[in-house]
Design a protein. Structure first.
Length: 79
């Protein structure tokens, strides 16, 4: 296996893993919305839902950034 083949295989694996993690971040964000809306009478649950939404957005932002960095690295290192 050549270096280019090894890098391509590694990047494809990381991209598929990032896709799954973006999906998990989306589920966490949506679950936070559900908690925020349905338990708005309880300040503790309201804050918990808000925190879940924030962390879900942060996770999705980080994963999309990793996806972009992988794309740039693959363009820079592979012909």
């Amino acid at each position: 296996m050549t270096f280019a083949g090894l890098v391509t295989t590694l990047v494809d694996f990381i991209r598929s893993t990032v896709s799954v993690l973006i999906g998990i971040g989306l589920v966490i964000f949506l679950w936070g919305i559900v908690k925020y809306i349905y338990q708005s009478a309880s300040p503790k649950a309201h804050g918990y839902g808000r925190d879940m939404m924030v962390w879900g957005l942060v996770a999705m932002f980080v994963m999309v950034s990793v996806w972009g960095i992988l794309g740039m690295a693959q363009t820079a290192f592979l012909p």
